[in-house]
Each structure stands twice: as C-alpha cells, then as structure tokens.
Design a protein around this ligand. Structure first.
Ligand code: GLP
Length: 259
C-alpha cells in the first residue's frame, strides 16, 4: 500500500485529481471506477478544471460508479446518478452511454445488482478504482461484516452511515435503508485502487485500514490484499497512524519516492 500524506484536504484532492488526469492521458480508454460523497466533490471540481485546460479528456473512457440507493430514480435529487451528472458528467466530455451506475429504481434490485456485476466484468473489470472511506471503514456501501469476496449486491446501510449521509437529504428519515453496491471482491479485481480520505472523522478508519488486522470489521482493510493501492490522506486523517515515520520516510510530503 502506497500511503501519501499531504498537508491538507486541498492538497490531497489536488494529488488525487492529478493522478486521475495523468491516467486519462496515459490510457485514454481506461475503465474508471467512480465514487460519490462529499470527499469527491473537490476531486471532480479539479478534474473539470483539468478538462477545461485541455489536460484531461474522458471521451474514450468508460465509468462504473460504486453504488446507488435502492428506490431512487436517476433523476431523484439525492440519487448518485444526479450527483455524478452535476459534479462531473455534464461538465466534461464523458459519453452518456459510457457512464454506468446501478439503477436504484429497478423493479428487481437483486437482478439489477447481478446485471451490473456482469456489465463490469464484460467491460474487462475496472482499470482504476477511485474510493472514499466511510467513518466506519466502509468502501462503496460495503458496511462492516461484508464478505471480503462479495460481488455487487444489496446491502442494508448502518445507522451511522445513514446519519452521515443525512446532510444530503431534506429529512434524516428520507435516507434509504438499502443500496446496490459493488462488492469488495468486485473492487479487489480492479487493476489499481486510489483511495482518498481527509478530516479527523476518518482517522480511526484510516488507521484500521492501513495498519489494522485484515477483517470484515473494517471492510477497507481488504485493500491490504490488493497489489496496487495508493491511499491519499491529509494530516488530520493520518493522525492515528503509528507507522507515520515510515510513510514520511518513503514518501516525504506525499511525494513519490526517489529511488
Ligand atoms: C458514502 C459512499 C462512499 C463514500 C463514503 C464517504 O456513504 N457510499 O462511496 O466514499 O460514504 O463519504 P464522504 O466522502 O461524504 O465522507
């Protein structure tokens, strides 16, 4: 796991957006795995700026988002479809037919999850998977106790996750109880993973993910099994790492190692 610690949230978002833009230049037809949540808003704003500056094109890329709330249609104000349209797709050159999210309003959500998993596999799996981190260690909506080899399926959200996402809804009780999410096994098939977390609220989860035991109690710890993971943190999210000296030695200031 490559752990890059940046001084603040803005620098961490700059780093992640820079890595994605570089990947789009090197591999324009990349299959991107995309994430939602407050953390990613800064990343997408930077990618839009890079696109406007001619430094990033999505014209040949394909994308699959991690998850969607069960029951929310793509035009629902709080759906992840709507989030992606507003924060990225409508402002870059992504082809509409190449951008995929699960349909939250599918009549048979379990069949929709199976269809989505098959679509990812048919696209050759994810090339670069972008992830945020839940305060309870979730990735996508894989809540604690998720199978570490799970595939796309329906998950029941924890109370803490629904509370954390209530700020995006008019009323806390409007947050759906179920979501369709890529599984941890789906995520682990990605060729490369890029996880971003910032703020003190993520410090416990970041330490458990990087230095804790491999355990379904912290779903993000499954990334310890992956061969190519970059974790980008700000100082606040890195505050509970005990191996901090080592990470600073290998990647001082979050820079790449000079070998
Ligand atoms: C949400 C999403 C995740 C996201 C995480 C962190 O519930 N399903 O994909 O990474 O929780 O969200 P935020 O960035 O708002 O802290």
């Amino acid at each position: 796991m490559r752990v890059l610690i940046l001084p603040d949230a803005a620098a961490a978002a700059d780093r992640v957006a820079g890595l994605i833009a570089a990947r789009l230049r090197a591999d324009p037809a990349v299959v991107l795995g995309l994430a939602t949540g407050g953390t990613m808003e800064a990343v997408y704003a930077r990618l839009i700026a890079a696109h406007r500056a001619g430094q990033a094109s999505f014209a040949q890329a394909t994308s699959f988002n991690l998850d969607e709330y069960v029951g929310l249609a793509p035009d629902h104000a709080c759906s992840y479809w709507r989030y992606m349209r507003e924060h990225l797709f409508s402002q870059v050159d992504m082809r509409a037919e190449a951008a995929h999210l699960p349909r939250g309003d599918a009549p048979d959500p379990e069949a929709e999850a199976d269809r989505y998993e098959a679509a990812i596999a048919a696209a050759g799996d994810i090339g670069l998977q972008l992830l945020g981190l839940g305060a309870n260690g979730h990735i996508g909506f894989n809540e604690p106790t998720s199978s570490l080899s799970s595939l796309t399926r329906i998950k029941t959200l924890t109370r803490s996750t629904r509370d954390a996402n209530a700020r995006f809804f008019d009323r806390a009780e409007d947050v759906p109880r179920l979501a369709i999410t890529m599984g941890i096994g789906t995520i682990l098939r990605a060729r490369e993973v890029l996880l971003l977390a910032y703020g003190a609220g993520k410090a416990d989860a970041a330490a458990a993910m990087i230095e804790g035991a491999l355990s379904a109690a912290c779903p993000a710890s499954a990334l310890q099994l992956h061969r190519k993971v970059t974790v980008v943190l700000d100082e606040a999210a890195a505050a509970k790492l005990t191996l901090r000296d080592y990470f600073d030695c290998v990647h001082p200031g979050g820079r790449d190692a000079e070998i």
